[in-house]
Design a protein around this ligand. Structure first.
Ligand SMILES: [Mg+2]
Length: 369
């Protein structure tokens, strides 16, 4: 049995470049990658690191961790991580089953899993394997996830650059057919091309767009419909289109993922470990995928413990999953170059816990809180 003596948060803003005009999500251009780190320290002095959904919503998520979760957690026994996370879910459910409350719980859950594996001196993937029995992979195939460029020229040159860097699968965040066609031309014909449109269309609009994309060999079409929780429309699109559908980064709880899978609304489920309830939720969602035949395709455009957690979950439970790696250049990041794919693959860090701790000097240099 071990207890938590401290729970801390850090907002870190890392500069990046992406080889195109200013871009971002949520109505603002991103000058930096903003991440929210969570650190738990046990009474034995061992530190566990997590990441909660940050970007534009860092401050709101941070309040959840510091103001709502820390008072519930500090001093308590956290040996059984899924049980601890379940207690947090139950106590905080009336403040939102999706959004910052679940983001905060996700970050804490990841930190507690890191701590649990470190306490047992085991890699996290081994700890998950001991529960589920599947052999962990030592490396996973990654795909380059490009930010939105909105212009054929810079988009095509960055697709080419990612292919030259060794990626064999690419995702673009584009809605215009000329951009999608340009991306297809810029990469080998047999390489998977995914198209993420971030929820813009009505059902008829999505049907028209999906039909137009059929000639480009799209591996999956991600979040085609507004609103994202309209499973009826998603299912209807899937049944009337030949393009595979991917959904899930905006789902809330495990129950939401189960509904999507059981409704036949998607070919791929895309849980985001720093949004959906952490590693505890990812394990349950992987089980839902195994039970329903829906493919596991995590959402992971992250550079902190969220990416590491995704790697360990997939190494243990979904070794065929493609790992999303945001295709931007960071002059400095928390783990040096360790999480830069080589020949399109990412190695699973072999140390205990998540395998790597963030560099404290980088946190201090880019701290923004
Ligand atoms: Mg997406």
């Amino acid at each position: 049995m071990y207890r938590i003596s401290a729970l801390e948060t850090f907002i870190v803003r890392l500069p990046f470049s992406h080889g195109g005009p200013p871009t971002g999500f949520g109505g603002v251009n991103w000058g930096t990658i903003d991440m929210l780190l969570v650190k738990v320290t046990s009474t034995d002095g061992i530190a566990g690191w997590g990441e909660a959904f940050g970007f534009n919503i860092c401050q709101a998520t941070r309040y959840v961790v510091d103001g709502m979760i820390a008072p519930l957690l500090v001093g308590t026994d956290v040996t059984d991580v899924p049980a601890v996370t379940d207690v947090l879910q139950r106590k905080l459910h009336l403040f939102g089953r999706n959004g910052p409350v679940n983001y905060g719980i996700s970050g804490v859950d990841i930190a507690l899993w890191d701590l649990a594996a470190k306490t047992r001196k085991a890699p996290l993937s081994e700890l998950i394997r001991q529960v589920h029995g599947a052999p962990p992979a030592s490396e996973l195939k990654a795909y380059a996830s490009l930010l939105r460029y909105g212009e054929v020229g810079p988009l095509a040159s960055n697709v080419e650059r990612s292919v030259a860097a060794g990626y064999t699968a690419v995702k673009v965040h584009e809605t215009a057919l000329p951009c999608i066609a340009a991306a297809r031309r810029a990469m080998p014909a047999q390489s998977p091309l995914m198209v993420d449109v971030n929820c813009p269309w009505t059902l008829p609009e999505a049907q028209t767009a999906a039909a137009a994309m059929q000639d480009y060999g799209i591996h999956w079409l991600e979040e085609p419909i507004w609103p994202p929780e309209d499973q009826h429309a998603q299912r209807e699109l899937r049944s009337t289109s030949n393009v595979p559908i991917a959904l899930g980064e905006n789902a809330g709880s495990v129950v939401d993922f189960k509904r999507i899978a059981e409704a036949g609304a998607s070919d791929y489920l895309q849980p985001s470990v720093i949004k959906c309830g952490g590693i505890s939720a990812m394990r349950e969602i992987a089980s839902i995928c195994q039970a329903t035949g829906v493919k596991f395709a995590p959402h992971s455009p992250y550079f902190g413990p969220g990416l590491l957690a995704t790697l360990h979950v997939c190494a243990a439970l979904a070794p065929d999953a493609l790992i999303e790696r945001l295709y931007v250049d960071l002059p400095e990041n928390l783990y040096g170059n360790v999480l830069t794919p080589r020949n399109g693959t990412l190695q699973i860090p072999a140390g205990s816990g998540l395998g790597l701790d963030p560099a404290l000097a980088v946190i201090e240099k880019y701290r923004a809180d």
